[in-house]
Design a binder for this molecule. Structure first.
Ligand code: B3K
Ligand code: ZN
Length: 880
């Protein structure tokens, strides 16, 4: 057991830094057995700090200090204190130069924070607190400095040497070494520092900005990946143009670089001018990446690029403000993706993630506000709440202000705070000042955790023709927060007449021209709205576009849902009505006797959908997806996963049997005729035919099997190949499954990004991914405990997606996960803490499951020398 409890850091303890850093000069000497880092900081006391005589305290982690000098004079050991995690110098002048030399071992850095090695190259990850693993520094985002970085390394092994900004000098050194010096003219916090050294190929392109400046665009990848860069490069150019057009943001440096690395803890990082990406989030080709990967890459490239303004030029004052840059940037990237494809489909995808995973987080023991008030380990707070709910909060401001005022607000924010480290409050203030709107109550969205529940009831009074809607809001208690205040909620709605036509929403008896969609603003615990001039009881279309991250409770009848599914002019609510209906049908079958009937009206509604060629095919493809097991669990109390799994399978099989002919027709209708394209239409076609295939194989249809085998062999792209593989893997055709998996592996064994997909298609399947299979995957030669992608694609996919197998009533899935968490805790605590997530939800499950889940958590808790990362997650989960 840990002997001391990790410290909790509180937002309320924030103090301005006692010292500021004007410039940083770094020299890296890179070797195979380590790296020497020379750092020279120009420091001065912060005039705004109340602590006039505070000692200088610099953060450090796993550093070997070789020397310290102040204004050129070497300090004796008695002049400073090396506390391990801090270098403290008690007496310093008001302004001085501090030089330190430290020795680090990137080759042994398995945490992948700071400077480390990945496939033979050196790379860095400094957000949030990785810079302190490189050198002593005030490692906090409100210390912004100008960096100059010289990198020295073997020229043969590391011909490419990169850092932020512009390369200002390069040359040869003795012993086959060379150097490059980089200078970044923009002051930045150290979390945006980056360095890369490796044997990489360069792909070049260029972009002319709105003011006519030519920007050099460069991608650096390992030679074998040279043909996988085009999509990211095109996405980058589209993002740069979009940010100019939609937000008026022009790129500021002369060079923009992207590097792909295989070992990376998350998706990508927005280092100034030098974005570093997880290979799986940037490399793509038709043969190796699915449509989903293509779309994800476009979104992540955009996200990191957009951070150049929302995050880098204007950064966070402290890490409690993380959503300032993340929530806003996710909002920007989702607007971008909506503009590049189908806005409705993008909204459906975002809401699916939010409702499935963020709502679960918000109702579990780790629930926290968008702006948390405390943390032990900041890495644990890169959460769905900070990112996705944070996005929704910005989206609600956009809805309340309207697009023009929102743009005025963002212009003001960027202008007012350029070069500063600020707070979410500063963001809201800029929006208020630009629009004249009062957002004081709205700010509660940043402070209060928990998903608001809106209970809606209605009545119709035929006499005066009034339809009355009553909306009550409740915000559930979350750890440390009770009795919450009502929040300011934009609630978008429409009403449909019995003929399916939208009704004018007349809020006053005498209003003449009323719109057919309105945004109601909820600010009180209960509101009543009277709609006048209504002739017959309408069907309400509530929370259109998902205008707020809330749960809506309304006693929908199946009849109403079917009506909305085919009449709602809001595509999002059409989809949502279909989901609600399917949820209702599946829920009614949980625990029901074998052979119970599946609602025939659901079957007929799906029959109509599979055959519908008039409706947007991308929307049809989404509407055909049944609610996921994860979502059904989120909606359940005392969830019994195998029973939920069974009920969902029953519905799926019933639909597949009943619609077999329509599915075959849908498959044929959507066969590819021309060349492969990544357009919304082509993506929808592939999605429809792969859904048809998957459904046919769920019922072991012979024709489906033949189609799957030939699609697998003939496909010219990974979406179709993976669609066929997945369908076979999830069928009962065991021989075909084995053969398909072996052949697939043999064709792609040299491509790590494809091997990761191969791992996860098995780990996520209840047929191919039972625990003994998973253990075999861990023994597979392509599995690598040091590579986070591999860990996620086996252990993460098993515990996060293969829910019936993970929740095996014998508890073996939980024990397995606890073992892997303990194993990873020493080498990569960040990844270990992420993997714990499925166990943290233990209270959600029926006692037969929650007990063993809790025991697994306790076993992790009792591990010797538990990391701070895992400690925080496990202790909070057990307490909550
Ligand atoms: N800002 C990074 C995330 C860093 C995570 C550090 N543990 C990627 C992003 O959100 O753009
Ligand atoms: Zn981000």
């Amino acid at each position: 057991m840990r002997t001391s409890q990790p410290q909790t850091i509180y937002l309320s303890d924030y103090k301005v830094p006692a010292y500021l850093v004007d410039t940083v000069e770094l020299t890296f000497e890179l070797f195979e057995d380590g790296a020497r880092v020379h750092s020279t900081l120009e420091l001065r006391r912060n005039p705004e700090s109340a602590e006039a005589s505070a000692p200088l305290e610099l953060d450090g982690d796993s550093l070997k200090l070789e020397s310290v000098a102040l204004d050129g004079a070497k300090l004796a050991a008695s002049d400073y204190e090396d506390r391990g995690d801090q270098l403290v110098i008690r007496s310093v002048p008001d302004r001085f130069r501090l030089t330190t030399v430290t020795w680090i071992e990137p080759q042994n850095n398995t945490r992948l924070e700071g400077l480390y090695k990945s496939s033979g190259m050196f790379c860095t990850q400094c957000e949030a607190e990785g810079f302190r693993c490189i050198t002593y520094f005030p490692d906090r985002p409100d210390v912004m400095a100008r960096f100059r970085t010289r990198i020295e390394a073997s020229k043969e092994a590391y011909p490419i040497l990169l850092s932020n900004g512009n390369d200002v000098e390069k040359g040869e050194l003795e012993n086959g070494r060379h150097f490059v010096t980089w200078e970044d003219p923009f002051p930045k916090p150290c979390y945006l520092f980056a360095l890369v050294a490796g044997d990489l190929v360069e792909k070049r392109d260029s972009f002319t900005t709105c003011s006519g400046r030519d920007i050099d665009l460069r991608m650096y990848v390992e030679p074998r990946n040279a043909r996988k860069c085009d999509h990211a490069m095109d996405s980058l150019k589209r993002s740069m143009r979009w940010d100019e057009e939609v937000y008026g943001r022009e790129y500021d440096l002369d060079i923009f670089m992207i590097v792909a690395v295989d070992d990376f803890n998350m998706g990508a990082m927005e280092n100034k001018g030098l974005n570093i990406f997880n290979s799986s989030c940037v490399l793509a080709s038709q043969e190796t990446a699915t449509d989903i990967a293509f779309q994800r890459i476009e979104a992540i490239v955009a996200h990191e690029y957009f951070h150049n303004w929302s995050g880098n030029r204007v950064t966070c004052r402290d890490w409690f403000q993380l959503s300032l840059k993340e929530g806003f940037t996710v909002f920007r990237d989702s607007q971008f993706s909506a503009d590049m494809g189908s806005p409705t489909v993008k909204r459906i995808e975002d809401v699916t993630l939010l409702r499935t995973a963020q709502f679960a987080e918000d109702s579990g023991p780790m629930a926290h506000p968008v702006r948390p008030a405390s943390y032990m380990e900041i890495t644990n707070f890169y959460t769905l709440t900070v990112y996705e709910k944070g996005e929704e909060v910005v989206r609600m401001i956009h809805t309340l202000l309207g697009p023009d005022m929102f743009r005025k607000g963002s212009d003001l924010y960027f202008e007012r705070h350029d070069g500063q480290a600020v707070t979410t409050d500063d963001f809201v203030k800029a929006m208020e000042d630009a629009s004249g709107r009062d957002l004081s109550q709205f700010r509660l969205w940043y402070e209060q955790a928990g998903t608001p529940v809106l209970t809606v009831s209605d009545e119709f009074d035929a006499g005066p023709g009034i339809y009355r809607l009553t909306i009550e809001q409740n915000i559930p208690d979350t750890p440390g927060q009770t009795n919450k205040k009502p929040q300011h909620i934009p609630f978008s709605l429409g009403l449909l007449g019995q003929d399916g036509q939208p009704l004018p929403l007349q809020l006053e008896a005498d209003a003449s021209e009323a719109p057919t969609e309105r945004v109601l603003e909820l600010t009180e615990a209960v509101h009543t709205f009277d709609f006048h001039g209504v002739e017959a009881k309408p069907v309400p279309s509530l929370l259109r576009h998902f205008s707020a991250p809330v749960r809506v409770r309304y006693p929908w009848t199946r009849e109403q849902l079917l009506f909305l599914m085919s009449h709602d002019p809001d595509g999002f609510n059409r989809w949502d009505a279909g989901q609600r209906l399917a949820v209702d049908v599946i829920q009614s079958l949980v625990g029901a006797a074998d052979g119970s009937e599946v609602e025939p009206r659901l079957v007929e509604a799906y029959r109509k959908l599979v055959s519908d060629t008039d409706l947007d095919q991308a929307l049809v493809a989404k509407m055909l997806q049944l609610p996921s097991e994860a979502y059904l669990i989120e909606l359940a109390e005392n969830a019994d996963v195998p029973a939920i799994h069974q009920a969902r399978e029953t519905v799926l099989k019933c639909l597949a049997h009943a619609l077999r002919n329509e599915l075959l027709a849908c498959y044929q209708r959507n066969l590819e005729t021309g060349a492969y394209e990544v357009t919304p239409e082509a993506i929808a076609r592939r999605s429809l035919r792969n859904t048809a295939l998957a459904w046919l194989l769920v019922i072991n249809d012979e024709k489906g099997r033949t189609l799957a085998v030939s699609q697998l062999n003939q496909a010219d792209n990974m979406t179709d190949r993976m669609g066929a593989l997945q369908a076979l893997v999830n069928s009962d055709y065991e021989d075909d499954r084995r053969q398909a998996l072996d052949e697939f592996y043999n064709s792609f064994r040299d491509d790590p990004q494809v091997v990761e997909q191969w791992f996860s298609v098995q780990a996520a399947s209840d047929r191919a991914g039972q625990l003994p299979d998973i253990r075999k995957l861990l023994e597979h030669p392509a599995f690598d405990w040091k590579n986070p992608n591999k860990i996620r694609s086996v252990v993460g996919a098993f515990a996060g997606q293969n829910l019936a197998a993970f929740h095996n009533p014998d508890g073996s899935g939980y024990d397995f996960l606890a073992d892997q968490v303990c194993r990873l805790d020493d080498s990569n605590p960040q990844i270990a803490a992420r993997l714990v997530t499925p166990l943290t939800r233990w209270q959600k499950f029926a006692p037969a499951y929650s007990g063993p889940m809790k025991s697994a958590l306790e076993r992790i808790r009792d591990k010797d020398g538990l990391s701070r990362d895992v400690y925080e997650v496990v202790h909070k989960s057990l307490a909550g």
